[in-house]
Design a protein around this ligand. Structure first.
Ligand code: PHE
Length: 329
């Protein structure tokens, strides 16, 4: 009977040890201590050979039952530990969905974009289409086709950014888009072209990159009067019904006659842009018959309009990308 008594003691010990195993690894060690080759149950089994023959059977059976029992306790403890680990991890990673969230900052349109869209919408109302062109432009489209002579000062490196090892330039104005459109399309047509242009210039009112808006209209019987009427309507849309324009005779290679225009601003005048009737040679360069078709064109910087509208004193503030500034508009 001593083998069975030993087993009872082993079982009692096992039950406690298993229940107290703090984690899966400790549990595996406890299990080996009872059920392994050198474990307590094996030790009892080894003693069975020494028993009287009639005691061996019941002792063997008791040992097997003890094994099954210990295995069952181990499994139960394993499940218990796994469940506890899971609820611990759920508690550790608890997400409080009722906490108020961090609001993401909502952006808005850049002052330049606002002005640009407003201007395009105005001209679309007059039947103009919005067109654009590349900022890296051929010398021909930026200068040659627009009737700039080879030695024109605008071609000087003082003004123009040339693209290394090529005849391309960063466009110095949006007028090359006139060339692109006129070379491809049959008149009549009218376009408005907002875009970035580049000149070698930097001070509080000049930046090496700025924005222009170009307009041009080609048709039969298009006159200087049409140009003035269009610009008046545009100025009064932008600056109010009181706005006056002043035209000063000027020279551009691609328009004839040409003028610079100023818009009334408080007591004074604000330089606003250039304009004129498209030069017959430019029409010719683009494959348009100047005896049949005439056109006008105008171009102005729109950064200035954005600065006025948003009361921004320095053009660089527009392009520094400082959200503290940009958030104000
Ligand atoms: N392209 C000229 C400039 O940048 C402006 C202009 C456009 C003048 C169209 C006449 C006609 O100064």
């Amino acid at each position: 009977m001593s083998a069975v008594a030993d087993l009872d003691a082993v079982l009692a010990e096992a039950e406690t040890a298993i229940a107290q195993a703090p984690n899966a690894q400790a549990l595996a060690e406890v299990r080996a201590g009872f059920l392994g080759k050198k474990g307590s149950v094996a030790a009892v089994l080894r003693g069975i050979g020494a028993l009287a023959p009639e005691e061996r059977g019941p002792a063997g059976q008791a040992a097997n039952q003890a094994k099954v029992q210990i295995e069952a306790w181990v499994d139960a403890r394993k499940n218990g530990l796994a469940a506890a680990a899971e609820s611990q991890s759920l508690a550790d990673h608890h997400l409080d969905v009722t906490l108020p969230g961090a609001a993401s900052r909502v952006g808005h349109l850049h002052p330049i974009t606002q002005v640009e869209r407003d201007m395009c919408a105005f001209f679309q109302g007059l039947g103009y289409s919005v067109e654009d062109g590349p900022e890296v432009e051929s010398d021909w489209n930026n200068f040659g086709a627009l009737n700039f002579p080879e030695d024109h000062p605008a071609r000087d490196v003082q003004d123009t950014f040339f693209v290394k090892d090529s005849t391309n330039v960063l466009r110095t104005h949006t007028s090359p888009v006139q060339v692109r459109a006129m070379s491809q399309l049959e008149p009549p047509f009218r376009f408005i072209v907002p875009g970035r242009v580049y000149r070698y210039d930097l001070d509080p009112t000049h930046y090496p990159m700025f924005h222009q808006i170009e307009g041009f209209c080609v048709g039969e019987n298009v006159s200087l009067g049409d140009l003035k009427g269009t610009l008046y309507a545009f100025a009064r849309h932008l600056f109010g019904p009181q706005a006056e324009l002043r035209f000063r005779a000027h020279f551009f290679p691609f328009t004839e006659p040409s003028a610079e225009m100023d818009v009334s601003w408080g007591e004074g005048w604000l330089e606003w842009g250039g304009c004129g009737m498209i030069h017959p040679r430019v029409l010719q360069n683009c494959g348009i018959d100047p005896d049949r078709w005439q056109g006008f064109a105008f171009g102005m910087a729109l950064d200035r309009a954005a600065m006025i509208r948003s009361a921004i004193p320095n053009i660089q503030l527009l392009f520094d990308g400082d959200v503290r500034v940009l958030e104000q508009f």
